[in-house]
Structure formats: C-alpha cells, structure tokens
Write a protein that binds this ligand. Structure first.
Ligand SMILES: NC(=O)C1=CN([C@@H]2O[C@H](COP(=O)(O)OP(=O)(O)OC[C@H]3O[C@@H](n4cnc5c(N)ncnc54)[C@H](OP(=O)(O)O)[C@@H]3O)[C@@H](O)[C@H]2O)C=CC1
Ligand SMILES: O=C(O)C1=N[C@H](C(=O)O)C[C@H](O)C1
Length: 268
C-alpha cells in the first residue's frame, strides 16, 4: 500500500514525494537500496537509522508529512516515533491499540490524520452509517447482523473499516462484537464465495453487512467491494493536502480523520 500511495503522490497535484521509505528491515538489508516509484528512485531506510534520517528530512523539508501504511504491530511505536520527532503524519495503517494511539497523538499536539479507509466513497458510506447511528439510535434493535470481509491473504488483522462500521451498527442497537466479523483470507474461498476476480487476489477489500429482522421477514444488505488499491492512494493525497492546509492555518484541532476531509469538500 505504501507503494500505491507513493505512486499517487508522484502523480498527484500540489504534493511532492520525498524519496525515502522507512522499512521494518535492519540497515544491513536496506543500505544503498532503492525501489522505483514510476521513474523516481526511492531510498530504503533501515531500522537503526530511521530517527536520524527522518530528522534530516524534516530539516530539509519543513512541510514534511509522513505517510504510514505498515503493520498493526508497528502502529503505536511508529506514532510515538513521529510525535517524538514532531513530524505530522497520515496514518492509514489499521490495528494496534487504537485508544492508546489516539491518546498519544492528541497529547503530543502533533498534527495527524488517522483513518482506516482513504477511499472517498467508502468514507462517505462510513459517514452515512455514523449519521444514521447518531440520528436514529436503536433503529435496528433486535435485528441480527453478520459481517463478512475479504482481503488479500497477507492481511493480518480484521478490517479497520469493518470495525468502524460495526461501531455504528452497535449504536443502531445491534448486539454484535468485532470478534464476530468473518475474515475471508483463503484465495479459493475469495473467488468462489465472495466473487473476487482472480487478478485481484493480491489486493482487494470486499465487505458485506447483512441484517435480518427478528422474525426473518425483513433483510438489509450493505456492500462495498473494492478491487485494487488506487482509491486509497488518491485519498492519501487528499489527506496530505488537507493536513498541510490545517498546519499552514495553525488550526486548533490537530487530529483528524477522513470524514473531516470529506466534510471539508477536500476529496477529489
Ligand atoms: N486506510 C486505508 O485506506 C488503507 C489501509 N490499509 C492498511 O495499511 C496497512 C498496510 O497494508 P499493506 O500495504 O497491504 O500491507 P503489507 O503487509 O503489504 O505492507 C506492510 C509493509 O510495512 C512494512 N513495515 C513493517 N513494519 C514496519 C515498521 N516498523 N516501519 C516501517 N515499515 C514497516 C513492511 O515492510 P518491510 O518489513 O519489508 O520493511 C511491509 O512492506 C494495513 O494495516 C492495511 O489494513 C490498506 C489499504 C488501504
Ligand atoms: O488491508 C487492506 O487492503 C485494507 N485495509 C483497510 C481496512 O482494514 O479496512 C481498508 C481497506 O479495507 C483495505
């Protein structure tokens, strides 16, 4: 996903790629190595040197914003790293201890945008569910919910988007815990059960939320199926532009999500 985001930055308006990517690898594996993002060579940064490199990049690029698409196990440590260096960041990575993440970032006073989904229409769906929960709490009391999400087999955690939507469903009266979300990670099942195109097995996000009334006579189904990752890359560029403007304006609020970007009319 980091690569897809970098591609979108290279092709995006009003943003510039700082050609460095921090990895989870030791320096001996990254030293001198580059990856190509379109025609731009991007330098790999090893674990031991990341603090020094980020500080130097911040000095050289005062409006630097870090984009993080890593792993749930890296979420909290990375957020502490960025806040300790005073570098604003966009965090698309899901999982980790989300409550601690929010507490640490808010307390630091560093500008950040944290969201489990950067895709404009998915963010709009999330916002719609939040609005429904706020306006009609308990509207689906007594209903039964099933949630199924399919992602590439390398995804280690339950979808962060599904967790956010489940939060709205809970406020709508559904008795459902995120541990009940069915994760589909087997490629065979993804094709046969979920209808994922074979070409999208390495990158897709299919979500289905199904609700049934107590007596079974009323059914609702919400579905968003994304093939590939380009919509998240485009949303990441929107997020960076939005955050840069907030920093420039010295906005009082310092921590944002993608619904804030959408509400501001700042998603293309
Ligand atoms: N918000 C959104 O719209 C979206 C969010 N996501 C989320 O983004 C995250 C990443 O997804 P995806 O790219 O598919 O995952 P991958 O597993 O493909 O990539 C994760 C990368 O993180 C790197 N990494 C691991 N630890 C660290 C670390 N401490 N510092 C820096 N880099 C590290 C790994 O590289 P290496 O170990 O080689 O260094 C690896 O390449 C997931 O949480 C996913 O859910 C995904 C799509 C959209
Ligand atoms: O890992 C992914 O691919 C995605 N992760 C995010 C999530 O966990 O919800 C967003 C989207 O589903 C793609």
């Amino acid at each position: 996903m980091g690569h897809a985001a970098a591609e979108a930055v290279v092709h995006g308006r009003g943003v510039q790629l700082v050609p460095y990517t921090v990895t989870g690898e030791p320096l001996e594996k990254t030293k001198g190595n580059v990856v190509g993002v379109s025609a731009v060579p991007v330098n790999l940064v090893g674990n031991e040197e990341k603090e020094d490199v980020l500080l130097k990049l911040k000095d050289d690029n005062p409006s630097l914003i870090i984009v993080d698409f890593t792993l749930p196990s890296a979420v909290n440590g990375n957020a502490l790293l960025y806040t300790s260096l005073g570098i604003p960041f966009v965090m698309g990575t899901t999982g980790g201890d989300r409550q601690k993440l929010m507490e640490d970032v808010v307390q630091s006073g560093v500008y950040a945008l944290i969201a489990p989904n950067m895709g404009k229409q998915v963010v709009a769906f999330q916002a719609m569910m939040e609005m429904m929960a706020e306006n009609f709490p308990g509207a689906f009391s007594g209903y039964t919910l099933t949630v199924t999400e399919s992602h590439q087999k390398t995804k280690v955690d339950t979808s962060g988007t599904a967790k956010a939507v489940v939060d709205s469903f809970q406020r709508l009266g559904l008795d459902f815990d995120v541990s009940q979300v069915e994760k589909v990670r087997d490629p065979g099942e993804q094709v046969s059960k979920m209808g994922v195109p074979e070409g999208a097995l390495a990158g897709h996000a299919f979500h289905t939320y199904h609700l049934v009334s107590p007596e079974g006579s009323v059914n609702f189904e919400f579905q968003h199926n994304v093939v590939g990752r380009s919509i998240y890359g485009e949303g990441t560029v929107d997020a960076c532009r939005f955050l840069a403007k907030k920093i420039q304006d010295g906005a009082e609020q310092r921590v944002y999500d993608m619904v804030d970007v959408l509400r501001a009319g700042a998603m293309r």
